[in-house]
Design a protein around this ligand. Sequence first.
Ligand SMILES: [Zn+2]
Length: 83
Amino acid sequence: MKRKEKKCNLCPRSQAKEDKDMAKKVLNCRDIDVNSDCKKKFSGYNEGEVLMKTIQHIMWDRKVEKITPELKDKIRSLIEDES
Ligand SMILES: [Zn+2]
């Protein structure tokens, strides 16, 4: 007996394109510290993602142990939309 394949109209295949429509957020490491010649650039689909990547970089690569709320605010303010 042949089984009829059930088609599911409820499973959207369009989920993946969601991200595409959003503007990317970017931040240049150099903007945080103008004295640094770091060429790293962080990007993400939202502020939180960029902030997280930036903090990780600062802590690991620049050996900053404590991320103060002030520094976080500064980083946040430097995040811009990718053009
Ligand atoms: Zn850097």
